[in-house]
Design a protein around this ligand. Structure first.
Ligand SMILES: NC(=O)c1ccc[n+]([C@@H]2O[C@H](COP(=O)([O-])OP(=O)(O)OC[C@H]3O[C@@H](n4cnc5c(N)ncnc54)[C@H](O)[C@@H]3O)[C@@H](O)[C@H]2O)c1
Length: 387
């Protein structure tokens, strides 16, 4: 019966050669002088590190890439809340054809026609490798995941996508010398982590499969970096707020829903307690932070996994700010205990070494966030009414 297990089959047929290569490299590394986190420079058939990956000289904002310097980017899980916006930002910077969105879902027509899109299931290692090879990918942004609330509702699938899928991504990235971005989350902390403030380095004992899988991703990425020289970069995103894309089933979804309900019905029922303080960020800041950490010169990164944040607020504070613009909004509270328990174990205020290491600064605070969200959703609603 074991032969029929698709994971065993995949392991033998596809991953064994990669693991054998990794083990060859490991032997070479172990024979080399102790060199901390220096990338491997020996020539290896399956794992090669281009000079560009190792000695990145890109700098924020001002860098202008020549045609040959453009990274070729693959975004996995690109049809979720964040992927389409990131593709738009990266395409503006690196050119439309240099950024490929991928997912297992069918893209809406405006996404399909806006630039390259490809089917990619991260559980299919061979297909992933084919895409990376055929498109000469140099950067991989790994967005596929099951988020906190949907992960708790389907632990087996979350474990497969968030853990087995990540292993495929790590092996592909190491094998092809890619620069790899994997987002982590405030959900990677847990009830025993300090909550206010929460340092970049502290106890992490999350109690959701989402959190556990993200701690695993942080540690595996850092391990591959130290062991194999993988250029792994990771930000622990807070709750991300966006107007034109729907959240994918996280604990902070309420902070997006309130805007839609405020504009459409004037009533909002919040599934978290009114005093639940959580860190949040407007999507533009989040995507810019992602581009910045990917472009950061390697020698400015003192860590490979960073906290990142813009603001922290409670549902009551957010509702109050929305009511300053829409005074008739009625807010009620009806707790979702699963989400509340998750939220109660998350940080209120992550501290940020990103400020010191690569000068991170957010642009949107609560008032700007509320104005921007209401302006966008309000204008969409007016267009819908008119047509
Ligand atoms: N949105 C947030 O507030 C937030 C906060 C912290 C961290 N993050 C992280 O950022 C990343 C992107 O988040 P998001 O909000 O866009 O997520 P999302 O849930 O909206 O989208 C995830 C995408 O992954 C795809 N996917 C699922 N299984 C797949 C598979 N087997 N192969 C390929 N794709 C698959 C889904 O179809 C979906 O489009 C995730 O890793 C998430 O953990 C997001």
């Amino acid at each position: 019966m074991r032969d029929l297990n698709p994971e065993c089959y995949l392991f033998r047929q596809v991953k064994m050669p990669v693991l054998r290569s990794l083990s060859r490299v490991a032997q070479q590394v172990l024979q080399a002088p102790a060199c901390g986190c220096q990338p491997i420079t020996v020539a290896v058939r399956n794992i090669s590190f281009s000079p560009r990956q190792v000695t990145s000289d890109a700098s924020f904002h001002s860098v202008s890439f020549s045609e040959t310097d453009h990274p070729k980017v693959l975004i996995t899980g690109g049809l979720g809340q964040l992927g389409v916006g990131l593709a738009k930002l990266l395409r503006r910077r690196f050119g439309n054809n240099n950024v490929i969105l991928s997912d297992i879902r069918k893209p809406p027509s405006h996404v399909f026609h806006s630039g390259p899109f490809i089917y990619s299931d991260i559980l299919d290692y061979k297909n992933l490798r084919e895409i990376v090879v055929n498109n000469r990918i140099t950067w991989l942004v790994h967005y596929s995941a099951l988020l906190s609330a949907v992960g708790e509702a389907n632990v087996a699938l979350a474990r497969a996508v968030n853990i087995t899928g990540l292993h495929n991504i790590l092996d592909i990235a190491a094998e092809h010398g890619l620069r790899l971005f994997v987002p982590s989350t405030i959900g990677a902390f847990g009830p025993t982590s300090p909550r206010n403030p929460t340092p970049d380095l502290c106890v992490q004992r999350p109690r959701t499969i989402y959190g556990v899988s993200k701690v695993h991703a942080e540690l595996m990425g850092e391990y591959y970096h130290h062991r194999y020289g993988l250029d792994f970069r990771c930000l622990r995103y807070p709750g991300i707020i966006s107007a034109d894309s729907q959240p994918g089933g996280g604990t902070t979804d309420y902070a997006v829903q309130i805007f839609h309900d405020a504009v459409k019905t004037g009533k909002f029922e919040c599934n978290l307690r009114s005093d639940t303080r959580l860190p949040m960020m407007y999507i533009e800041d989040c995507l810019r932070a992602t581009l910045e950490v990917m472009e950061a010169p390697a020698d400015t990164l003192s860590m490979r996994t960073y906290n990142i944040n813009a603001m922290s607020f409670t549902p009551a504070e957010l509702a109050g700010e929305v009511q300053r613009q829409l005074p008739d909004l009625q807010v009620t509270y009806s707790l979702d205990q699963v989400r509340q328990d998750i939220a109660d174990s998350w940080p209120m205020n992550p501290t940020m070494r990103t400020r010191r290491d690569w000068g991170w600064k957010h642009e949107y605070d609560l008032p700007e966030l509320v104005q921007t969200m209401l302006a966008f959703i309000g204008s969409e609603a007016r267009v819908a009414q008119a047509s």
